[in-house]
Design a binder for this molecule. Structure first.
Ligand SMILES: Cc1cc2nc3c(=O)[nH]c(=O)nc-3n(C[C@H](O)[C@H](O)[C@H](O)COP(=O)(O)OP(=O)(O)OC[C@H]3O[C@@H](n4cnc5c(N)ncnc54)[C@H](O)[C@@H]3O)c2cc1C
Length: 475
């Protein structure tokens, strides 16, 4: 039996612009393509919306590979045990993987290396980020804690380059019979009840879906991205986040295609600059997680361990269900529940409402997002929650409290977004749409079946500022 090469898919579920897969395809040996769902680590098991996505994405990837004469082996269990079995059975002497940055994934990489580096060739490649963490350091060789200088340094680097590969056709796939699971047995799809209809209606997981999202964005979103990215009532952003998280498209490819498109569409330049900056925030969050692996569980600024958070299941449930009485908050939470995604501006508003008006610990929000977002990403989620809570690197100061009424009026001026997600207020006149409680006392005579605010904005703001003052005094 000839020796084989093994490609271990992780958060790089794509064929195109995948440097590690490209290298594997050039190894000159029969190739095995493997995905392992290793959920043996109890911390941060993937959430339910992400499970739905993963199932679809693996199915699409397998179909794409089958069309090119191969197949994807999927296994669930402990990575080292499964690799051990396959490496021995198929006489694997070369292993290819893409690099990952989450603590549990880093550990898996270290364990693989420790166990096999003397027997087989192990090759690890980037592909998840634009810039590797080791290359973006301050003048004193420290990781950056502040985004702007981080991004300036990134922009001074050599442009990230594409690894073009659109087909696996030239590859010889291994014929060795290897045990594989049936994806349907993993139970990743909800059945009783099947709550995934909104996900199915809104998303096309997989590489082709990612391509489509990118091309739609180039044609309709990029030009006005600078302004529209703040408008939840418009389709102004790319919605590439779940595709990026699962690696169905590479950030390098997005970077290159967006730049190329702008070369022939000069008036898209402002959009280009802000859009690349947002991709930069994704790199920044991952660099933070890489350098400070605790950020998902501990405040980046240690003094925030003593912040006087409150426990309140009633208000937490109202927030989760989109029943706080503030339309922009409730619309966001309902959009999340229905589609597995929420607009970035609204994420900031709902997060601020939870940690400031309700004084509930950001962990609660982080975990709820983790379970319900199709783009749930340890780095982006943790860094963003800490940013809003004021405890993160380069965070918004805690005393800056978003006013959900003014945010609604500014970014959803006609109320189209809130009306879409909250049918109870569709009849409310636009002038009251972000504060419908004022309407009952008004001439319109309309009454709607929508809760009164669970806390008055001014009371929430004062609660937050008082808590912050007390916290500062104690430090
Ligand atoms: C409280 C909170 C939690 C969040 N949790 C997540 C999460 O779990 N996963 C996640 O991918 N994003 C998270 N974000 C960041 C951001 O909201 C989403 O990345 C964005 O809304 C995705 O939509 P898009 O693809 O249309 O973005 P676009 O505006 O089209 O941006 C393009 C890409 O850039 C990246 N990006 C954009 N904004 C940010 C940002 N602020 N921080 C980091 N990367 C960014 C994303 O990968 C995104 O797909 C969170 C933000 C907040 C405020």
């Amino acid at each position: 039996m000839p020796s084989s090469s093994l490609y271990l898919f992780r958060n790089d579920l794509r064929i195109n612009d995948n440097p590690a897969l490209f290298a594997a395809s050039q190894s000159g040996q029969p190739l095995i393509l493997l995905f392992i769902m290793d959920d043996t680590d109890e911390n941060w098991k993937i959430g339910r919306a992400s499970q739905w996505w993963l199932h679809q994405s693996l199915q699409v990837l397998n179909n794409d590979i089958q069309k090119q004469g191969g197949s994807l082996i999927v296994r669930r269990g402990e990575t080292l045990k499964i690799l051990d079995e396959i490496i021995n059975k198929a006489e694997v002497n070369k292993l290819f993987i893409s690099r990952a940055y989450e603590p549990s994934q880093k550990l898996i990489e270290e364990n693989i290396y420790a166990k096999w580096h003397q027997q087989i060739e192990i090759k690890r490649y980037g592909g998840y980020l634009l810039f590797e963490p080791e290359h973006i350091r301050t003048g004193s060789d420290q990781p950056y804690k502040v985004f702007t200088p981080f991004w300036k340094t990134c922009l001074k680097q050599l442009e990230p380059r594409l690894t073009k590969q659109r087909t696996l056709e030239a590859i010889t796939f291994s014929k060795v019979k290897i045990r594989h699971d049936n994806l349907n047995d993993w139970g990743l799809l909800p059945t009783k009840p099947d709550w995934a209809a909104g996900l199915r209606d809104n998303w096309q997981p997989g590489e082709a879906g990612a391509d489509k999202a990118l091309h739609e964005f180039l044609q309709t979103g990029l030009k006005n991205y600078n302004e529209d990215r703040n408008r939840p009532d418009r389709i102004g952003t790319s919605r590439l986040s779940p595709h990026l998280h699962f690696g169905e498209i590479s950030p390098v490819r997005i970077w290159q295609e967006v730049k190329q498109y702008t070369n022939t569409h000069e008036d898209h330049r402002d959009g280009l600059v802000s859009f690349l900056r947002e991709l930069g925030w994704r790199d920044f969050s991952t660099h933070l997680l890489f350098n400070w692996p605790d950020i998902a569980t501990k405040p980046f600024r240690p003094e925030y361990r003593n912040f006087p958070w409150k426990k309140n299941n009633k208000t937490l449930t109202a927030w989760q269900k989109g029943l706080t009485g503030f339309p922009i908050v409730d619309a966001g939470m309902r959009e999340l529940w229905h589609t597995g995604w929420m607009h970035n501006r609204v994420r900031m508003i709902v997060a601020s409402f939870l940690v400031k008006h309700l004084l509930i610990h950001w962990h609660e929000g982080e975990q709820w997002f983790w379970d319900t977002l199709v783009d749930a990403d340890l780095a982006n989620n943790a860094a963003s929650w800490q940013w809003v809570a004021g405890s993160g690197a380069d965070a918004a100061p805690y005393f800056r409290v978003f006013n959900p009424i003014l945010q609604g009026k500014k970014f959803d001026p006609d109320g189209d977004y809130v009306k879409h997600w909250i049918p109870e207020i569709r009849q409310v006149p636009t002038k009251f749409i972000h504060e419908p409680w004022l309407m009952t006392a008004n001439e319109t005579g309309l009454v709607c079946d929508y809760p009164l605010p669970i806390i008055e904005h001014e009371v929430g703001r004062k609660t937050a500022l008082d808590a912050y003052k007390k916290f500062k005094e104690n430090h």
